[in-house]
Write a protein that binds this ligand. Structure first.
Ligand code: SAM
Length: 424
């Protein structure tokens, strides 16, 4: 059990979990609120470390909320069921894909919940990702001995007693707020980088419009007497979105920022507080008009081939990634391309080069998405494989490097000289 001063860790691995920021976030939350509300609860790091009499936890991920319900109702018995899946025999790629298929096929909430915990600790980086059909599709993570979070689950189960849980969009959660509520909002991040006119997020389609709606909800909630703290990457867009907040503070957090576990970095985040008094200030007429003009993305590609002829992800590259269990990398690339297409950017990329990283093996960031460094891509480019470059499939074939013929400028000069002579 954690002591009063220790930060408790959630039992789920969750992208963007706020364990490292809990102290800063808590310092901004009033302790006297009548109810604590999280519209984007995820792994629940802030809830777990708070102590309010009433709590409402929501998220749009139905598997997550269903798991919390099962844990709340069945406690120890459910934890034992989850633990029974953490065996050496189940820690192989073959069993992982069988259990993942079972998860995608079953409607039984207890079995699905237990498999969700198994997948969370056995899949690549604990990434919770679904395909367009709604099937969980994160590949096998290859951990030597996945940790079973028995003590963390028991602690969470205890905290869940008396808590209201709901699978819903944040707009519905905001619609349920009452004066005196204390709200912590941790939405999917606004991407960093120059991709200011983004429309979609790498992980689940949280659009710019959603971010704007959410900022509007914060202003309105404070106007109606709730206190809202919201976190996001520190960027011009975020600062503009939260410009009517009563307080904005910057915090630096070191965390994994790419899907390659080897790439860790420090990123700045902001915490904005909308307090009831400030909520009465006049909010911008339209959130949209409060955004500063953003740089168009048109400069990104040196070679433009026009929409419909986007050749950024060749079929062979995609095929190779999928065959070698890099589905998540293929999805990251697709997300970047999708975003470019929506923004009307015409570009062509050699993704093998991108995935090879720079000469030193540092990961490349394209359109705000940090791509991992693949061992195969480095070798293919004639670079040395760095120790942390990703290699999921020991038997992977390195595709041959295709030499692209460069156009000679010789003929161009000859033609130009001939035309000049003709004119004389
Ligand atoms: C950054 S994570 C929250 C992490 C959490 N604070 C923690 O400590 O683990 C964002 C969460 O928002 C949820 N989400 C995404 N879109 C949503 C929406 N429209 N409404 C409600 N929740 C949403 C995701 O399922 C995810 O759990």
């Amino acid at each position: 059990m954690a002591t009063a001063n220790q930060i408790r860790k959630p039992f789920l691995k969750w992208a963007g979990a706020k364990t490292k920021l809990v102290r800063s976030i808590k310092s901004l939350l009033p302790v006297t609120g009548s109810r604590f509300v999280e519209p984007f609860v995820g792994a629940g790091a802030v809830f777990l470390n708070s102590d309010y009499k009433a709590n409402l936890l929501c998220d749009s991920n139905a598997d997550l909320i269903s798991l919390y319900r099962t844990l709340k109702e069945n406690g120890e018995e459910f934890i034992a069921r989850c633990q029974s899946l953490f065996t050496n025999g189940n820690n192989t790629a073959e069993r992982f894909y069988e259990l993942r298929a079972e998860f995608n096929a079953t409607d039984n909430p207890t079995r699905r919940g237990a498999l969700f915990v198994y997948l969370n600790r056995h899949c690549y980086n604990g990434l919770c990702r679904y395909n367009r059909k709604g099937h969980f599709n994160t590949p096998f993570g290859r951990y030597i001995r996945p940790y079973f979070p028995a003590k963390e689950m028991a602690e969470f189960a205890g905290k869940l007693q008396g808590v209201d849980l709901s699978t819903q969009d944040f707009r519905d959660t905001f619609g349920m707020l009452k004066p005196g509520d204390v709200v912590y909002c941790d939405p999917p991040y606004i991407p960093l980088s120059a991709t200011a006119n983004f429309t979609d997020y790498a992980s689940g389609g949280f659009s710019q419009e959603d971010q704007e709606n959410l900022a509007g909800c914060c202003v309105e909630a404070a106007r109606r007497g709730a206190t809202v703290v919201i976190s996001n990457h520190d960027s011009t867009i975020a600062r503009n979105l939260y410009e009517t907040a009563s307080r904005v503070i910057q915090v630096t957090v070191s965390r994994t920022i790419s899907c390659d576990g080897g790439n860790r970095g420090k990123v700045d985040e902001i915490l904005a507080v909308f307090s009831p008094a400030e909520g009465r200030r006049v909010a911008p007429a339209s959130m949209e008009s409060s955004l500063t003009p953003v740089e168009p993305l048109g400069k990104l590609g040196a070679e433009n081939h026009g929409p419909g002829r986007m050749r950024t992800l060749s079929n062979t590259m995609r095929g190779w990634l999928l065959e070698n269990h890099y589905e998540d990398v293929a999805a990251l690339i697709e997300d970047v391309i999708h975003r470019w297409e929506k923004a009307g950017v015409r570009t062509r990329r050699n993704w093998w080069d991108v995935l090879a990283g720079d000469k030193r093996g540092n990961a490349n960031t394209i359109a705000g998405v940090q791509l991992p460094v693949l061992k195969a891509a480095r070798i293919r480019k004639g670079l040395e494989a760095t120790p942390d470059s990703l290699c999921r499939n020991q038997a992977e074939q390195i595709p041959p490097f295709k030499v692209t013929r460069r156009w000679s400028t010789k003929g161009k000069h000859e033609r130009k000289n001939r035309r000049a002579k003709e004119r004389v």
